[in-house]
Write a protein that binds this ligand. Sequence first.
Ligand SMILES: *Cc1c(COP(=O)(O)O)cnc(C)c1O
Length: 429
Amino acid sequence: MHIFISDMTLQEKDKKHVWHPFTQHFTAKEHLEIVSAKGIYLTDVDGKQYIDANSSWWVNTHGHAHSHIGDAINQQFKTMDHIVFAGVTHPKAVELADRITNLLPEHLEKVFFSDNGSTATEIAMKMVIQFFYNRGEKKTKFLAMNGSYHGDTFGAMSVGQRGYFNKPFESVFFDVDYIHFPTSENEESILENTKSLFQSNEFAGMIIEPLVQGAAGMRMYSSEFLDKLTELAHSFGVKVIFDEVMTGFGRTGKLFATDFCENKPDIIALSKGLTAGVMALGLTVASNEIYEAFLSDDIGKALLHGHSFTANPIACAVACASLDLFEEEKTWENIENIVSWNASFAEELNELKNVENIRQQGTILAFEVKTGEGNSYFSDVKTKAYDFFLEKGILLRPLGNVIFINPPYCITKEEYLLICEAIKEFLKK
Ligand SMILES: *Cc1c(COP(=O)(O)O)cnc(C)c1O
């Protein structure tokens, strides 16, 4: 079936006017035409349904078109759709700030609003640099981890994995030192290396995806290692940013990855699941210590940053409604179910010869398909698997040769098993 926009099909109009993310339009195939979404299902123009196995780019938590979220949008729209946030406050922003800080470590008390994950991390880095600037200390350098992803704006790219995705911009990135990704063999040497880097006294901050590196292919490491790293940073006065944009809101099996750690960061960046994956919103939550360094008679010491849609009331209302759902026992039962299904499926996968590096953190299960050519984003597995799963009625986007499941929490066991069956069938081929 074809959808028409005036005289052209949707595909033709799309090709004429739309520039898609991460897409080489010269070689791109036709786009999937998704016209509706409900629960864990996406429906295309021909009425074919797809299980949303990766939660619509890792953002969806409670399923699509959840009535409680829908009610919050309608209610807030009727009450107040949008308002400038400089010189003005409004109930939903304050409610969200209050509720989120109650859920985060105690010392993280100040919430800055923006629109997405990239801005949330970008603002975190600006806070850290200005923290030292305001105190008259010359520290601007960041430490990051190999394979990290913190977004696609310049600051976020600067601290991300360098390479294919940001090559054209590399010459204008700021200076960052990287540590290796931890494995059981190299943890001690990474910590040694980190220590000697920090001894230079140049470092303002360290930014890290806690427990799971998403875009690098759902790579996982222990909270014990992260605790040591955070402790080390703090012992040198280096401010620690946890980028929980992907790990937040139940993904790791707890509300936040931070909840697994003894040592807490100075700033946490949130987005994606914050609004149940429905509205664009980012939060940067900072400690009082950071915030207080901005207090002065001098306006120049304020955080002079803001966005047109800062603290958009509808987005804030949706985030609050999503938190209501996290207060329901049912949500946590669902999460625990996925955690245990993932564990069983991991055992099954373990029996298969062409699978390696099976890993799980809560609701995320990932593994690599052995290709003999190493893991690369452009690995052939990606295209083959993507097409195979679409055919089976599952929308699942591998990262290179890494296949992973991170579904909306409302998925049932039967639906989850459909994904498992399809994966096993793919692996047999
Ligand atoms: C997705 C993601 C970002 C960027 O968020 P956007 O909303 O896409 O800008 C940053 N950090 C992590 C860990 C992410 O997974």
